[in-house]
Design a protein around this ligand. Sequence first.
Ligand code: NAD
Length: 246
Amino acid sequence: MSGFEGLTVVVTGGASGIGAAAADAFAERGANVAVLDLNESPKHWSHQCDVADDNQVRLAVAAVAERFGRIDVLVNNAGIGAVGTVEENSDKQWFRVLDVNLLGMVRLSRACLPHLRESPSPAIVNTASICATAGLVNRALYSASKGAVLSLTLAMAADHVAEGIRVNCVNPGTADTPWVQRLLDQADDPAGERARLEARQPTGRLVSAEEVASAIVYLADPVNKALTGASLAVDGGTQGLRIVKA
Ligand code: NAD
């Protein structure tokens, strides 16, 4: 018996990339998976939902509860990118990215918490980024949104620890998903740009969506009862390692 047999896992942004890999991983371990995304999941039960719209979030979470009768795990993973310095991004861009990347997680958590309280092994896993803890050039807005996700994770872990609800986050490095492929496709030389990105990784390759998904499953796994308020970097050593040639 898997630890997720009979449990219901909600994955936002589960129609693509890291979220899709997480949806697969939970389903392989026996969970009922509900994908909430702008797009339909080709593989799992899904409900179209913009996490930036509170009404859509409430309706989508109600639809999950009606379909599966319970919600045990929430994976807050939907997110969008932004490139630029503080001088380059407008207020409108800031509001939009924070609305999706930060408030989206707040809305989903608010809607799911009453259901999580009924679960014997409730957990929330948020997808932050290495940008949350490192200064990356030209990523002020995106980094601030992910830094806020890290703080939200800690604050929610504290707020809900007494009721047994664990809240953790995963911090992926550059992961090989449709998102990154879209960025590469915009470069003059996509193959050269990919090679440059890979050379920047201590491992010499990008992180796979499945590797991030595996960490998400670990953080959500009911056996890891002591894990709360944790952030787990899945970045091929990008932040932690300094490779010095002797
Ligand atoms: P992706 O673009 O492949 O998938 C993102 C999914 O989120 C898509 O299915 C999209 O439809 C959905 N989505 C976007 N906006 C939404 C909204 N408003 N409401 C509902 N769904 C929405 O991206 P990915 O690379 O899998 O990224 C997933 C998460 O991982 C994001 O939060 C991202 O910030 C984070 N992340 C990605 C990387 C990376 O290198 N790929 C690195 C660090 C963190």
